[in-house]
Write a protein of this length. Sequence first.
Length: 221
Amino acid sequence: MLRLRGQQVTCSLFSFRLSFSGKAVHRVFLSGGQEAFLEGHVHAFTVLGGVPTGKVRYDNLKAAVAQVLGFSRQRVENERWTAFRSHYGLEAFYCQPGIRGAHEKGGVEGDIGWFRRNHLVPVPEIDSLDELNAMIDQWDRDNDDRRIGTRARTIGEYFAVEKPLLKSLPEESFETEPWFSLRVDRSAQVSVRTNRYSVPAKLISRPVRVLLHASHLIVED
């Protein structure tokens, strides 16, 4: 929860945490959909300067998992998530559903709690999401000087050992935002999933293309 230009808004916090160093990258989005999930990964890989070579643990969130198969580790993945993983060479490890899998992702859940208590309480008052995410980037950099629990070294010192082990980023970027081909209705609006957005009245009855980001969209005529 935050106050955006005086209005109380519910947002989603993305967190990607490396287990060895404890270094985490965070991003706030206005939605918690797949676009935010993928955009958060791209931002994290860019900040870290690479992609983890081992398994990355995930909950069974809809942005990645279409179906849990019984009590096994097997999952039917969302097709777009599978394409994203293949592009970056990312290996996913899915936690057991419910209480059984709670201990398997304690590191990132603990990080989210720590981050919220230390940076998002009291509720931030901002003029734009870009402003908040710039603040978050600085908080993440400052966090390199912190020691987790009784660890002998700082997060930054451990990350210096971990960073050379990351895989290089692919040369081409992955298009995380889906395109929609739509027609503007007589009310000068386009319908994207469950929401309606106004466009200039001169576009009534005309076809447009819409590029959907996690926190905004672009309409092209």
